[in-house]
Design a protein around this ligand. Structure first.
Ligand code: RIB
Ligand code: CA
Length: 314
């Protein structure tokens, strides 16, 4: 892949979203962030667009264009996750309100205009929240679908099963109709499901390594993690929390840290108990066309080594 890769991050910060944004902004030789678009998800839009600006300022990037997008799913009422991320969505450390302004215009229009301007296939979309904005782009401007180079998203689960219902992962569950549009769009997909993110846990040693950076970023990431991990540790009895969203950015920088399989993945939008489930045909029994690289494994030490090396730059 040509370097640096041009990306748009679509996000619902969220402590793990924040780490993904920091990793991207700390890696200019690999990643050029054309803009950050915010969506309602972990917390309402008013907070996700504020949190994204807080993170950009923390990264020393008050110049970054941050757009507000959709404040609710395409058809359903919004489900949020304050129980995981806290009331602000970035609970843990005390944070100042952002000074940098929100960019003018709707996130959906920014994505459409960017895809029409940049060379065909040169832009990667990195959605790490519900897929409402991305689906809205495809519905409003079908001509841009073919211009998307690739979508690298955090969402879904198969062998690991769901985290918001027994069957569904949160990002897909919040807007399953949007997810179905994205998964059936024909755009090349790289999917980072819970199957892989649950193998990238914030163990005590890894959190201490963030603290030991001795930087404001290292301290913030450690305090976000301390807050964010309590939900998963109580629920799964795990040794830390999965750092879900940064797996997308890490894949763009070091795809060799990951492995998966090209398969068909469909989204359940009608099941009584399975709404939002990513039906991943891992054993290729359905005969349905391949539409996604479904990632299942990660070199967790390599992932945290990359995170530490890059975040220490900020
Ligand atoms: O299920 C995990 C996903 O939901 C992550 O993107 C997290 O930030 C939340 O949005
Ligand atoms: Ca997220």
């Amino acid at each position: 892949m040509a370097h640096p890769q041009k990306i748009i991050i679509d996000t619902d910060p969220g402590q793990d979203d924040a780490v993904a944004i920091l990793l991207a902004l700390a890696s200019p030789e690999d990643i050029e962030v054309l803009g950050i678009t915010c969506v309602a998800g972990n917390v309402p839009l008013a907070l996700t667009q504020k949190n994204a600006r807080i993170v950009c300022e923390l990264a020393g990037r008050p110049d970054m264009k941050v757009f507000a997008g959709c404040d609710a799913p395409l058809q359903r009422r919004l489900v949020t996750a304050e129980h995981v991320h806290g009331k602000t969505g970035l609970d843990g450390p005390v944070m100042q309100d952002p000074v940098m302004p929100l960019a003018q215009g709707h996130a959906v229009d920014f994505i459409i205009e960017t895809l029409r301007r940049e060379p065909e296939g040169s832009v990667t979309l990195v959605p790490i929240g519900p897929l409402t904005n991305i689906a809205a782009v495809f519905l409003k401007a079908p001509d841009v679908v073919a211009r998307v180079g690739r979508i690298v998203l955090m969402g879904g689960a198969y062998f690991e099963v769901g985290n918001i219902t027994p069957a569904a992962e949160f990002n897909i569950y919040v807007d399953p109709e949007a997810a179905q549009i994205v998964f059936r769009s024909g755009v090349p997909l790289v999917v980072m499901p819970l199957d892989v993110t649950h193998k990238a846990l914030t163990t005590a040693a890894r959190v201490q390594a963030f603290r030991d950076m001795g930087t404001e970023v290292g301290r913030m990431v450690a305090e976000w993690t301390d807050f964010f991990e309590r939900f998963d540790m109580e629920k799964y009895g795990s040794q830390g929390a999965p750092l879900h969203d940064p797996c997308t950015i890490a894949w763009l920088i070091r795809p060799d840290l990951f492995s998966g399989r090209d398969i068909n993945v469909e989204i359940e939008t009608k099941g009584e108990f399975t709404i939002g489930m990513t039906v991943a045909d891992w054993w290729r029994v359905s005969g349905r066309a391949t539409n996604a690289l479904f990632i299942r494994d990660i070199d967790a030490d390599g992932f945290y080594g990359l995170l530490n090396e890059r975040l220490a730059r900020l």
